[in-house]
Design a binder for this molecule. Structure first.
Ligand code: GRF
Length: 219
């Protein structure tokens, strides 16, 4: 029997995207093994969820390191030691140092709550509202050292409604994020999706426009 792909997850916050990954696995839709959940915040809800699920956890405090590179090199050494094949950033609120990331490029994905390349960084819901956008969304992309800048793999789109404020929009987007992230991870571990020549390839071809989350999954 071949072993399941091994996944590490980094999260800084409550961990609802981690919960969605765990739920997809529990439903039999994501044939992976979670080997580590790490955080830069000891109080992160994501760590409690992982503990409850029996997944090894790791909390590292960036303030105990001389600089960002030292923190990231230690973090990635520990991820490597976990035996992870792939790394998912699920609300991990840090840019990763280029040297630490280099051996992992093509094996790390991130979920970001905007229709990239729009609104890299923070406050994406507010920025979409302030711009008067007709739609908002979430993206999953391969991670590079550039903030929210790697090739976009897939997106979920959401029309902005008249009654939306920042909080309501974030709330309405979240269930789409929870479908998007497990779906992309499933493609990745299934070998349909690959990083090659600095680009995302899907089903053997360069992915020139992101896949779209539809009623029945990614299209
Ligand atoms: C999500 O909106 C994710 O897209 C963003 O941070 C949030 C994390 O939420 N990067 P959670 O911790 O997964 O609930």
């Amino acid at each position: 029997m071949t072993s399941s792909p091994r996944i590490a997850v980094l999260a800084s916050g409550r961990g609802s995207n981690l919960a969605a990954l765990l739920a997809a696995r529990a439903r039999g839709e994501l044939p992976v093994e979670f080997v580590l959940v790490g955080s830069d915040k000891a109080g992160a809800g994501a760590l409690r969820l992982a503990e409850a699920a029996g997944i090894p956890t790791l909390a590292l405090d960036p303030r105990s390191y001389p600089d960002r590179r030292a923190f990231d090199l230690d973090l990635f050494a520990r991820i490597k030691a976990s035996g992870a094949d792939w790394l998912v950033l699920a609300g991990f609120m840090r840019v990763i140092d280029a040297e630490a990331l280099r051996p992992w490029v093509g094996r790390v994905i991130n979920i970001h709550p905007s229709l990239l390349p729009k609104y890299r960084g923070l406050h994406t819901h507010r920025r979409a509202l302030e711009a008067g956008d007709a739609e908002h969304g979430a993206s999953v992309h391969f991670v590079t050292a550039e903030l929210d800048g790697g090739p976009v793999i897939a997106q979920a789109r959401l029309p902005i409604e008249a009654g939306d404020d920042e909080q309501r929009l974030a709330q309405r987007l979240l269930p789409l994020e929870h479908r998007l992230l497990p779906a992309v991870l499933g493609l990745l571990v299934g070998g349909r999706l690959q990083w090659r020549d600095d680009a995302a390839h899907y089903a053997g071809r360069v992915l020139s426009t992101p896949l779209l989350l539809g009623a029945h999954g990614l299209e």
